[in-house]
Design a protein around this ligand. Sequence first.
Ligand code: ADE
Length: 225
Amino acid sequence: MRFDIITVLPQLLDSPFAHSILQRAQKKGLCEIVVHNLRDYADNKHKSVDDYPYGGGSGMVMQVAPFAACIEQLQAQRSYDEIIFMTPDGDTLNQTIANHLSTKANLIILCGHYKGIDQRIRDIYVTRELSIGDYVLSGGELPAAVLVDAVVRLLPGVLSDETSALSDSFQGGLLDAPVYTRPADWNGHKVPDVLLSGNQAAINQWRDEQAIARTKSRRPDLLDD
Ligand code: ADE
């Protein structure tokens, strides 16, 4: 699977993809993450990619031409399943959307800045708009990193069996049961007996009950449908 991310701040995305699971997934050839500097597609010598909003108002607006040039250059090389714009007014990302996107081959992700991007980019090129939650960040880079992480860990071969995404919170529509490791007694705070019992059927039942109880108390909305 390939991700092409278009941004004015490529350095912001150096670290998130250079460690741990995302780094390993790229090294194993399971995914390719390519970050493009939007300024490379500016058509002026100052490399500016934004301008004042028509009609007045505060903040600058990102222009159509640089995005168009970058997207069209990419589309000339391969076809893309989706062109995603990260924006607080998009659909809220959830596990169902991540699962769906993990079945795709090529995605473009656009990161906005300043006051927003010219609506014509959204009208002409963007096929999907995603938010990572009801709060406003300074740009779409961190949201893009969140999206890529959520999708890449679902790709076959990225996680080992023990850490399989199948047991993640949300994946079965429930939150995870609590987990414990050694020591079994820490300053009088004990691990639940059942986890030390060696009775796998009882452990599985306890985990199921805990998952349901946690979901009921913390996220009853997940049990609605
Ligand atoms: N850009 C700024 N805030 C955002 C958010 N919450 N989700 C996605 N993109 C954003």
